[in-house]
Design a protein around this ligand. Structure first.
Ligand code: RB5
Length: 151
């Protein structure tokens, strides 16, 4: 991971974000925390949208944390160029990179323990896109859908 990693959460993901920040420090991975800055209630669409735009603009990667990982993944995937994956174990984290070239990892702070989340983060950061033809073809189809939209 060469580029800066963006981190974001709502109130439900705030504590997990703090844990993940310490973990990333240990791994010496450069990161920027875009908020939330406390566990006071906040709306997940706001942070997910901000983070997703930054990831798309910088062609970087990010991690979003909310209660389930679901709401933020729905929002992030509305942003062009974003492939956000709500992962719940090491296997899904690896496959989301190898097969889907995910650029945002979503985590459910009310679903995962901090230790489980760290395992997922590590696997996601260490796994590259496979670049196999069938996966490139499928991602190309996603891009076409994205550019057409549905009217
Ligand atoms: C907040 O209560 C919760 O709805 C949010 O963190 C997230 O789980 C939404 O998908």
């Amino acid at each position: 991971m060469k580029k800066k990693l963006f981190l974001g959460s709502d109130h439900a993901g705030f504590q997990l974000k703090e844990d993940i920040k310490k973990f990333l420090d240990k791994l010496r991975i450069e990161h920027e925390d875009l908020g939330a800055s406390s566990d006071e209630p906040s709306d997940y669409p706001d942070i997910a949208y901000e983070l997703a735009k930054k990831v798309a603009a910088a062609d970087s990667r990010g991690i979003l944390m909310c209660g389930t990982g679901i709401g933020e993944s729905i929002v992030a995937n509305k942003v062009k160029g974003i492939r956000a994956a709500n992962c719940f174990n090491e296997y899904t984290a690896q496959k989301s990179r190898e097969h889907n070239n995910s650029n945002i990892l979503c985590l459910g702070a009310r679903v995962l323990s901090a230790e489980e989340a760290k395992t997922i983060v590590k696997a996601w950061l260490e796994t590259d896109f496979s670049n196999e033809e069938r996966h490139r073809r499928r991602l190309g189809k996603i891009e076409k859908i994205e550019s057409k939209g549905f009217r």
